[in-house]
Ligand binder design. Structure first.
Ligand SMILES: [Fe+2]
Length: 135
């Protein structure tokens, strides 16, 4: 079962970022799939590793984008990113030490991402679109 289906209601209108957001949900859905199909812990571990890596790269790219347009909310936004990465790393560490990834983790990932994209990411997206219009 697909955990989350990306749709235009969470699109920012910045194609490169929207594509990355789609990939984040693809990875969360992959994690859900490998857990439910009871794949080996190596496979689950690999999907978690991909998710952590991709999230980190994506956040860096968003922060570069915000920096390049002098977005005033960058610092607060970065704090949210850092907190999420820390939580993801904790999930990864507890998986490595033998704890299974359950629905609570999957729900947390989807809810955090949707809430962050619809709220915090919309903030810089609006700012960038306003700047483009003002030029
Ligand atoms: Fe963000």
């Amino acid at each position: 079962m697909t955990l989350f289906e990306w749709d235009n209601s969470i699109a920012l209108g910045i194609p490169v970022i929207d594509e990355q957001h789609k990939m984040l949900f693809t990875l969360v859905n992959s994690l859900n799939a490998v857990i439910n199909r009871e794949y080996s812990s190596e496979v689950v571990g690999e999907v978690i590793w991909k998710l952590v890596t991709y999230v980190t790269e994506h956040f860096s790219e968003e922060e570069r984008l915000m920096l390049s347009c002098a977005y005033p909310g960058l610092s607060a936004h970065r704090t949210e990113h850092d907190t999420f990465v820390t939580r993801l790393q904790e999930i990864q560490e507890s998986f490595i030490s033998g704890k299974e990834v359950g629905d609570d983790v999957l729900n947390f990932l989807v809810e955090w991402l949707v809430c962050h994209i619809k709220g915090t990411d919309q903030g810089y997206s609006r700012f960038i679109h306003e700047q483009v219009r003002a030029d």
